[in-house]
Design a protein around this ligand. Structure first.
Ligand code: HEC
Ligand code: HEC
Length: 450
């Protein structure tokens, strides 16, 4: 016990970085890592790190229980990831799950959170992670290697779980469980980016090492290197192309830039100024994984010096505008000034000290909300609502424009800044019912162009 504490404090010391630890200690009496973890991670992973946070019941796959000491995403043999692996997951998030990435935080903030996460499990805190495995050099993908991979994919039984086309719908898919006792879905391999990296080397590593805690086997001793590469090439050949402008190695590079226009911002999405605006692909995270869920929004923004407008477009194979559940989209903005990313409100509707302002469009009507945490959502008074716009369903796509004046008389309206933050949420009524929206995005930056 003593030793683990000592190591923990050493890690904490290392985490203080340039600023003196005494200074950090004043601001965060119980440590910065604990503070940041409780602010941004605990609602899902639990204050004790056991995966039983307040919102975990609305999520699937479930947030990881850090106390169990089994980790899925690592470059090492065995279940203990390297610090670098844990940081990678925290920074990039886990596509196809609700786990958000936090690339925008500073390195020392990540180190502080990392130490706190490691403190939940003695093995993790004490044991040195084994070395990362080496990935052999990739041979060139050819038609022959793709074909060999396709044959192997069928013969080796991948199809039993991942389905004949790799869409995650094999006959065994519905009954798979993980070691934590939850149902687990084999990923639809035609959709990217994959959970633990999308490069050829990343996919090779997943096949080589398997995914601990899940039924995904490891194939290091089953196949030759050449065979594993052929599977990698086959998987890459069936993957749908990622939207143009999306760089999977840096999901946060995207910035929604609101171009300046003269006069009124048109509500017609086919207007010339909208056509000229650059679309930014926004990757969505599901609360409850559904293979058919929309994973991408395409967002454009314009401003005229007085108003800002967001044009949000997404694919939806059915229009749902009647009944209790309707299609919808929302923009969430922080109400208070954010000087550093670390001050951003909790992504899931803020928290008591850090309010958010939500502009929602749902099948024809616009509503403005304020929230200070899950279960703490208020509709603004009718007389104070100042978001307007238009939504149209056309050829399997929703086109929704939301706009609001920069200046608002109401203190609970988010200020529009030259450089600000926002995130999105999406409702898709033809998916099975779960609580909350179907998907949400991470915090993204927007800017007003001169
Ligand atoms: C909205 C819920 C949510 C929040 C907030 C969240 N996580 Fe997660 N996290 C998840 C889910 C769900 C998974 C499991 C994903 C999977 O297995 O596909 C996960 C997985 C992880 C993993 C991967 C563990 C492994 O098996 O390799 C790490 C590490 C992690 N989270 C750390 C964090 C940290 C640190 C924070 C805060 C900065 C955080 N998470 C915030 C939901 C969340
Ligand atoms: C017994 C069922 C099963 C078999 C057989 C199986 N898989 Fe998987 N596979 C899974 C599950 C479940 C996951 C998802 C784990 C998760 O999300 O954490 C997965 C994940 C993966 C991933 C990673 C997806 C991501 O998002 O990172 C790849 C790649 C993959 N499998 C390829 C294969 C290939 C190729 C084969 C055959 C050589 C195969 N699998 C055999 C169940 C299986």
């Amino acid at each position: 016990m003593k030793r683990s504490l000592a190591i923990f404090f050493l890690l904490l010391l290392a985490a203080c970085g340039q600023r003196s630890c005494r200074e950090a200690a004043k601001e965060y009496p119980e440590g910065k890592g604990k503070y940041l973890y409780e602010m941004h991670c605990a609602s899902c992973h639990g204050v004790k790190g056991d995966g039983k946070g307040a919102v975990a019941q609305y999520l699937w796959p479930k947030p990881r229980d850090f106390t169990a000491g089994i980790f899925k995403f690592r470059t090492t043999r065995g279940p203990i990831p390297s610090d670098h692996d844990l940081l990678q997951t925290m920074i990039k998030g886990v596509p196809g799950s609700s786990m958000p990435g936090w690339e925008m935080l500073a390195k020392e903030e990540w180190q502080a959170i990392l130490s706190h996460v490691k403190s939940f499990n003695p093995r993790l805190a004490q044991q040195k992670a084994p070395r990362s495995v080496d990935i052999p050099e990739e041979p060139k993908a050819t038609d022959a290697s793709i074909q060999a991979g396709k044959v192997l994919f069928e013969k080796a039984g991948c199809v039993a779980c991942h389905g004949p086309q790799g869409k995650g719908d094999g006959p065994g898919a519905m009954v798979l469980k993980d070691v934590w006792g939850d149902r687990i879905a084999p990923r639809d391999l035609t959709r990217g980016p994959l959970k633990w990296g999308n490069t050829a080397n990343d996919i090779y590593r997943t096949l080589m090492l398997g995914i601990p805690g899940t039924p995904m086997p490891n194939y290091e001793h089953t196949f030759t290197r050449e065979q594993i590469w052929s599977l990698v090439h086959f998987i890459q050949s069936i993957q749908r192309k990622l939207p143009e402008g999306y760089d999977p190695s840096n999901p946060h590079r995207n910035l929604i830039s609101a171009g300046r226009v003269q006069g009124e911002i048109p509500l017609d999405h086919e207007a010339e100024v909208w056509k000229k605006a650059r679309p930014i692909p926004v990757f969505l995270k599901p609360l409850w994984y559904e293979p058919r869920a929309t994973e991408w929004l395409s967002v454009k923004a314009l401003q005229n010096g007085k108003e800002i407008a967001f044009y949000i477009q997404w694919e939806d194979d059915r229009m749902d505008v009647e009944g209790e559940r309707k299609d919808g989209v929302a923009v969430q903005l922080p109400v208070d000034e954010i000087r550093e990313p670390v001050q951003l409100p909790y992504l899931g509707m803020g928290s008591p000290g850090r309010k958010v302002n939500i502009w929602q469009w749902k099948a024809g009507s616009f509503t403005e909300f304020n929230a200070a945490g899950v279960g703490n959502l208020e509709t603004q008074n009718l007389g104070q609502q100042n978001v307007s716009g238009k939504g149209i369903y056309e050829n399997g796509q929703w086109h929704v424009i939301l706009k609001r004046p920069f200046k608002s008389l109401f203190s609970h309206d988010a200020p529009i800044l030259n450089l600000g933050w926002l995130s999105f949420a999406l409702w898709d009524a033809d998916l099975p019912t779960h609580r909350g929206p179907e998907a949400f995005s991470e915090w993204i930056r927007y800017e007003l162009q001169e």
